[in-house]
Structure formats: C-alpha cells, structure tokens
Design a protein around this ligand. Structure first.
Ligand SMILES: [Ca+2]
Length: 291
C-alpha cells in the first residue's frame, strides 16, 4: 500500500541556502571564465594599408570593420602616404562605422624617396562622397603603433608596399622575426587557367619598394598572399545593389567600384579574356590591380 503524503508534509529541502549560494557563486564564476575565455579568443589584427589607391584596401578594411566580435582592430597604419591623405581616408571609413576609437597613424610618405614610381590617389570628388581631411603625422608614430600592436599579440596584415615594416625593423631590430605576418604581394606561382594571366611584372606591393620588400622577406617569416591568389578575388557588379543598401560603408564601396569600373574598364578586359570568371556577370575590379 502506498503511503499518502499529507498536505502538511513538504518535500525535503535538499539544497540548503548556503549550498544554493555556493552554486550561484560557482555559476557566476563559470560565466566569468566563459567571458574571459571569449576575450582571450579575440584575434587582434593590425592593418598596414595604402588605402586611397585601388579600392581593394577599402574592401579589406570594411571586411574587418564588419567582422563578428572575435576580431579586434588594434591599429591601422598607412603607407605610401601623400601628406596624410590615406590616414584621413582610413579615419573617415572607421568613423562611418562609429569606430573613431581605432588608432590610426600615417606612415612612410612618398616624399621619402622609397618608391620607384609615385603611388597615386584616385580623384577624391568621384571616389569619396565629401572632402576628406588629411591626417598627417611623423612616421615614428606609425612605427610605434605597429610596435604596440605587436606587443599586444596582433597579427599584422600588410596590403600595401612594405616600407613601414622595413622602418619598424630598422627602429627595433629583430622585431619582425616572430610576428604573425601576412603580406599581400609577390609572384611565385602562375595564375590558374581562366583567371587574369598576371606575371611577375604585374606585382605592385613588392616591386614599388623593392628595398623594403627584400628586407622584410629576409627578416620575417610571413605568409604570402601572392598575385595568383588575388587574381581569383573579384568584386562583381551583381553585388552593387546589395552594397548600396548596406549603410554608408556599403554605399561608399559601391560608389568607388562604379568609378573604378569607368576608370579601369576591367569588366570589359576580364569579361572577354577570362573564362574562369562567370561571363554572365561583368567584373568590376580585382582585389589587386597592376598599376
Ligand atoms: Ca593595397
């Protein structure tokens, strides 16, 4: 016969108040550990860029700014500077995303006699929606910003000439040796059939400042993103409508892409020559255009 539990009987309280408090503390501790674990997992990235030339650098910066929470931009340095114009552009782009907190410093300037031919800027009135103030500064600030990022464990991604990295290692010999470094540039393997048949002479980032490129390659252990990789990366005209509805940053990319298509006519050139690309979609620009 089953025993009846009277209405006056209550189930035994298995967890004392002290134990409940201890469990709460444990749960809070676990939450804290999870948060800290998440913070530790954040990847810091420093981007060294010649934004203001071909529009791939704008796309790269936009990608990082819109990346999910596990990426933190520790700093931005500009290279092949023209009186701080590129740093001004970087500052403008970050401000569009409400990221005026990201440290930005103008690096090596074209007046410094580093470059075999003068890197240029696209016409501001067509590529930018409004006049953009330059943000010049002593190159030592860019060197220090790179150093700070490295000390924070940041991955350094260089998508322009390597002048700033050369200057960094000159100021702090050996610093590049153990940096997690990604360099966009160089030609090692031919492009795959069907894609733009760029050769060594089409490289820009390494060739425009050979002295710095040679030095950095000899004093670091980088991962190279060579021409044959970038030759397969395109921004397509079909993307533009969606970009135009993606806020001010998307509209800026679309604006520059349309201006770039008019100036460079890559859609015609590669649309006709490259069976590796979808012919139904006119190509606008590649991630790396030879100058
Ligand atoms: Ca670039």
């Amino acid at each position: 016969m089953m025993r009846q539990v009277s209405s006056t009987q209550v189930p035994v309280q298995r967890t004392s108040p002290e134990k409940q408090e201890a469990i709460s503390v444990l749960k809070a501790h676990r939450t804290l550990v999870a948060i800290v674990g998440g913070l530790v997992a954040v990847t810091k990235v420093h981007i060294d860029t010649d934004i203001g030339g071909d529009i791939d650098d704008l796309c790269a910066l936009a990608m990082l700014l819109r990346w999910p929470d596990d990426i933190e931009i520790s700093g931005i340095t500009t290279v092949a500077e023209i009186g701080g114009k590129r740093a001004g552009y970087a500052r403008y782009v970050c401000a569009l995303e409400g990221r005026g907190d990201i440290p930005i410093a103008a690096g090596a300037d074209v007046s410094g006699d580093f470059y075999r031919y003068p890197p240029g800027l696209h016409p501001e009135e067509r590529y930018w929606p409004e006049p953009t103030a330059p943000a010049p500064g002593p190159v030592t600030e860019a060197v220090q910003l790179l150093k700070r990022s490295i000390e924070q464990g940041a991955t350094i991604v260089a998508i322009g000439p390597l002048t700033n990295l050369y200057l960094l290692d000159n100021h702090h010999p050996g610093i590049l040796e153990h940096v997690r470094l990604f360099l966009m540039g160089g030609y090692i393997y031919p492009t795959r059939p069907g894609f733009p048949d760029w050769g060594n002479e089409d490289d820009y980032n390494f060739q425009v400042d050979v002295k710095s490129a040679k030095y950095v390659l000899e004093h670091s252990n980088p991962t190279l993103i060579t021409l044959s990789v970038t030759a397969e990366t395109f921004l397509r005209r079909a993307y533009l409508n969606e970009l135009k509805t993606s806020g001010a940053l998307g509209r800026l990319i679309a604006r520059q892409a349309e201006a770039f298509a008019i100036d460079e006519k890559k859609d015609i050139e590669y649309g006709e020559r490259c069976p590796g690309l979808p012919l139904s979609i006119a190509e606008i620009c590649s991630s790396k255009m030879p100058k």
